[in-house]
Design a protein around this ligand. Structure first.
Ligand SMILES: Cc1cc2nc3c(=O)[nH]c(=O)nc-3n(C[C@H](O)[C@H](O)[C@H](O)COP(=O)(O)OP(=O)(O)OC[C@H]3O[C@@H](n4cnc5c(N)ncnc54)[C@H](O)[C@@H]3O)c2cc1C
Length: 239
């Protein structure tokens, strides 16, 4: 994965390019809260919330909350990402329904721009897991796959433009565009829903491209909630 981009302007969001093509991107647009907010949300139940800096006791509490699945104290913290991803990645992201808000570019309002994801290498179907893929062992004809992908895209986008030129409405013409088309959205997660998302999508079982997006989101979020992420990662790995 590429590192967070160097931004020359302080008002520009930090951006990661998960697919390394300069198009697919995850930017952190805004965030609300910090680790202390989690602690205070948990402690308010017995009047123990405070504005003191994070203590070792606070850190222990976060670990306890995660371990015992007391999730609601993590819901007061929010992160908004701008996500530019292929439609097939977005179809997986949008399955995360709870604690997630989304607004997306509309192919009804605007003409779709010719931005397509072209894999830099193709993978094989996994022999044992029907969902999974495995790296090419050198037997895949990468050049042929690249050509077929590019030609399919060229024909689809030409058809889209031809339909528009005929006067067909944008909302119908977009039907000929493939799932590799890039789409862009604002996604807002609360910290609880983000950890749930990362647990499922930054995982061996997730689609590789979606996993890269999840890793990018995790990388942008982690420095904002270092105690929560440290405790969560240690639970994930079991130590
Ligand atoms: C590796 C992988 C493979 C997948 N394969 C497929 C597939 O082949 N086909 C497919 O359709 N989907 C597939 N999914 C999507 C998956 O089934 C979930 O829809 C998706 O991961 C979102 O998870 P979630 O429901 O836990 O998250 P959210 O929608 O954010 O829900 C969070 C939590 O809230 C609770 N919750 C949410 N809605 C309800 C509800 N209606 N009733 C009760 N409790 C609820 C649950 O505890 C849930 O875990 C796959 C996901 C992964 C990670």
């Amino acid at each position: 994965m590429q590192p967070v981009s160097e931004s020359s302007r302080a008002d520009l969001p930090a951006t990661i390019f998960p697919l390394s093509d300069g198009i697919g991107a995850v930017s952190l647009v805004q965030h609300v809260g910090d680790d202390k907010m989690v602690v205070n949300a948990a402690r308010v139940s017995f009047g123990g919330d405070n504005s003191a800096p994070m203590s070792a006791r606070d850190e222990k509490l976060i670990g306890y909350l995660l371990r015992e699945r007391h999730g609601s104290p993590f819901e007061h913290n929010l992160l908004t990402f701008k996500v530019v991803c292929p439609i097939f990645v977005d179809r997986q992201m949008v399955r995360h329904r709870v604690g997630v808000s989304k607004n997306e570019t509309s192919g009804r309002y605007v003409e779709m721009t010719e931005r397509v994801y072209q894999p830099s290498s193709f993978r094989r179907q996994a022999p044992s897991n029907r969902q999974a893929s495995v790296a090419d062992d050198g037997t895949l004809n990468q050049a042929a796959a690249t050509l077929i992908w590019a030609e399919a895209w060229r024909q689809s986008f030409a058809a889209y433009q031809a339909l528009l030129a005929l006067g067909v409405t944008r909302e119908q013409a977009r039907g000929v565009l493939p799932q590799a088309l890039y789409t862009e959205s604002y996604y807002t997660f609360n910290l609880r829903s983000l950890l749930h998302f990362l647990g499922l999508r930054d995982h061996d079982g997730a689609q590789y491209e979606t996993r890269l997006y999840a890793q990018a989101m995790g990388s942008l979020a982690e420095p904002l909630f270092p105690v929560t992420f440290a405790a969560w990662r240690s639970l994930q790995t079991g130590h």
